[in-house]
Design a protein around this ligand. Structure first.
Ligand SMILES: Cc1cc2nc3c(=O)[nH]c(=O)nc-3n(C[C@H](O)[C@H](O)[C@H](O)COP(=O)(O)O)c2cc1C
Length: 338
């Protein structure tokens, strides 16, 4: 089974990654499995300065999900460069460095500071953070501000360093945002970040999280991730997607792949099972094999070919059956009722 994959110019020998913020800088997971076996480790979003994050409580369980308002706690870029990245590089781990900022300038400064960092194979740009200059409105929620950040990162990044833009599902038209960041220079898209949610403790009649609202993740959001990946892949089939959102098993990962993801990241599942990323990778290999696929690449976006039967022995030799209208292409679902 050929599990190798590409995200634009980024070549990975394996398709499962950690999702940003769910495995810090990989150190904690290394006691459970060899993290170099994953496609890559995506680090917690790093900012210029150290940050304590939001007040506690900042986690809450929800039906089939989890709400967090960590608030981008982190050591700052200097500590990250001196401590975390060398540790990953020494172990031969491919590292995707996630960056976050409160301004376009902070994203640009971070990118410049990270130039030539050891072991860094790509940058993931977390644009789901508040833009201080725009009343705290999240960059990812407007095509203009999302594109501005990506253009600044692209300008500062070495030409051959892949840049992935991480998109928020909390938008009316995710395809519009995706198109804007790709035009601004993103080589690929990571999707989806958490959905904004809130929980109220009815006995105290008060919000559970000190930060009031938080990001919803876990199995509850997987259908949203599948829908977002589907819509973007339908509109831009040549733009590579790193999919994430509620993946707990190889079967879940395959669902995102069939929607159009070329690689999959595992986040929340890691809190309950620290081995989840490698387990999901092994299970994905099995799920592909039992369906007769010769490679992961054969499965990417396969569900878009409407008539294709994707259960049973199909794969490298899939005969795409056309539906009655004779179409086998990817329909534009953007106008369908949401
Ligand atoms: C506790 C926690 C912290 C997170 N921190 C970040 C972060 O720093 N940067 C980022 O881009 N996404 C962050 N995320 C979002 C995840 O990377 C991922 O996009 C999202 O949780 C959906 O995947 P999952 O359902 O597998 O967790 C965080 C998620 C959780 C649960």
């Amino acid at each position: 089974m050929d599990l190798a994959t590409t995200l634009g110019p980024l070549r990975l020998p394996a398709p499962v990654l950690t999702a940003s913020g769910c495995a810090a800088a990989g150190r904690e997971l290394a006691q459970f499995f060899d993290i170099a076996e994953l496609g890559a480790v995506v680090t917690k979003s790093i900012m210029m300065a150290p940050r304590a994050g939001r007040a506690t409580p900042r986690m809450a369980e929800t039906p089939s999900g989890m709400l967090n308002s960590i608030g981008l706690q982190g050591p700052g870029v200097e500590e990250f460069l001196g401590h975390d990245l060398p540790w990953l590089a020494e172990r031969g781990v491919r590292t995707v460095v996630s960056i976050a900022g409160g301004s376009v300038e902070e994203f640009a400064l971070l990118t410049r500071r990270l130039r030539g960092a050891p072991g860094m194979v790509a940058l993931e740009v977390n644009i789901s953070c508040p833009n201080v200059a725009d009343r705290g409105l999240v960059f990812a929620c407007r095509a203009g501000s999302a594109a501005e950040v990506i253009a600044a990162v692209r300008r500062e990044a070495p030409r051959d360093l892949p840049v992935l833009a991480k998109l928020s599902p909390d938008v009316t038209d995710i395809v519009e945002i995706a198109q804007a960041v790709v035009e601004a220079g993103a080589n690929g898209l990571s999707m989806i970040n958490t959905l904004l949610g809130m929980v109220i403790d009815v006995d105290r009649a008060a919000p559970v999280l000190a930060g009031v609202t938080g990001g919803l993740s876990g199995p509850a959001i997987r259908p949203v991730a599948v829908r977002c990946i589907w819509q973007v892949h339908a509109a831009m089939p040549h733009v590579p997607i790193l999919g994430m959102g509620g993946v707990r098993s190889g079967r879940d990962a395959l669902e995102l792949v069939l929607a159009g993801a070329s690689a999959v990241a595992v986040g929340t599942a890691t809190f309950g099972d620290p081995s989840a990323p490698l387990r999901v990778q092994d299970e994905l290999r099995h799920e592909l094999a039992v369906r007769g696929f010769a490679s992961l690449a054969d499965a990417v976006g396969l569900a878009h070919r409407r008539g294709a039967r994707v259960s049973g022995a199909v794969g490298a030799h899939v005969a795409v059956e056309r539906d009655e209208s004779g179409r086998d292409g990817a329909p534009d679902t953007r106008d369908e009722a949401r």
